[in-house]
Every structure is written in C-alpha cells, then in structure tokens.
Write a protein that binds this ligand. Structure first.
Ligand SMILES: Nc1nc2c(c(=O)[nH]1)N=C([C@H](O)[C@H](O)COP(=O)(O)OP(=O)(O)OP(=O)(O)O)CN2
Ligand SMILES: [Zn+2]
Length: 126
C-alpha cells in the first residue's frame, strides 16, 4: 500500500458563531490543508498518482474556499466553519471527485488553522 500526501493552502475569513470569546468576531486565517490518499497499483511511471494531478484535484475544491467569507457558504449555514467542519467538507468533496475515486482512496484531510493547531478528519479506523 502506498500513501501520498500533498499540501495546499488558502486564505479565508470566518467567525465561530456563539463562541465564548474573540473567535466569535470576524477574523481570517492562512489555512494549510494536507490531503492523504492511498492505493496499491502504480502506473507505468511508478506513480500511484502524479502529485501534480493530485494537487490539481485538491485545488478544485480549495478554490471554492479561497478568499471567501466561509460563513456565507451554504455548507456553513447550519454548522460553524470550524477546522473540524472544514476538514470534513474538503474530505467529502474530494471523495466525490471521479478522477480520485477511480484511482485512489482518499484517506484523510488535515486542516491547520495556525502553525500550532490542526484537525484531522477521516472515516476509516486507521
Ligand atoms: N477545535 C477547535 N477549536 C477552535 C477552533 C476550531 O476551528 N476548532 N477555532 C478557533 C478560532 O477560529 C480561532 O481563530 C483560533 O483560536 P486560537 O488558536 O485560540 O487563537 P489564536 O490563533 O489567536 O492563538 P493564540 O494561541 O491565542 O495566540 C478557536 N478554537
Ligand atoms: Zn478562526
């Protein structure tokens, strides 16, 4: 089994509604997103999937978040755009992408809200 991880980043604003502190106020982060995919079969070049292709797929999802006020997105009308919910949003969106579904298994998404704070979302037992 091979596991590949790529990192992409985006900038976005949010507020944590009803948070008992400063995070209830509008503020922004430079979010770093790590996506891990897995698979067993390498192509004729010896690659599970080209990092370049994987990053392009991830960026298709991240572009929907970049320079956005996240609370305005439909996905975050009921739930707050916390790092937890953002990680699950990205994971779910990646799982729906045909190119990835055919070639690899999306294993986990890690969202760094700051250099010191991160959340990992996955659905497997590993
Ligand atoms: N589990 C989570 N906790 C918090 C989240 C979150 O998404 N998941 N988000 C926040 C806020 O977005 C806040 O912006 C970040 O809070 P915090 O790290 O406490 O604040 P700072 O970046 O200013 O870091 P300092 O260590 O206080 O300098 C809060 N919690
Ligand atoms: Zn925040």
């Amino acid at each position: 089994m091979y596991e590949l991880t790529v990192s992409v980043d985006f900038e976005a604003a949010h507020r944590i509604v009803d948070y008992p502190g400063k995070c209830d106020r509008l503020h922004g982060h430079n979010w770093l997103v790590e996506v891990t995919v897995a698979g067993q079969k390498l192509n004729e070049l010896g690659m599970l999937i080209d990092f370049k292709e994987l990053k392009a797929e991830v960026n298709q999802v991240i572009n929907q978040l970049d320079h956005i006020y996240l609370n305005e997105l439909e996905a975050f009308q009921v739930e707050n755009p916390t790092a937890e919910n953002i990680a699950r949003y990205i994971y779910t969106a990646l799982r729906k992408r045909p190119v990835l579904a055919q070639r690899v298994s999306v294993r986990k998404v890690k969202v760094w809200e700051s250099p010191k704070s991160a959340v990992t979302y996955h659905e497997d037992d590993r």
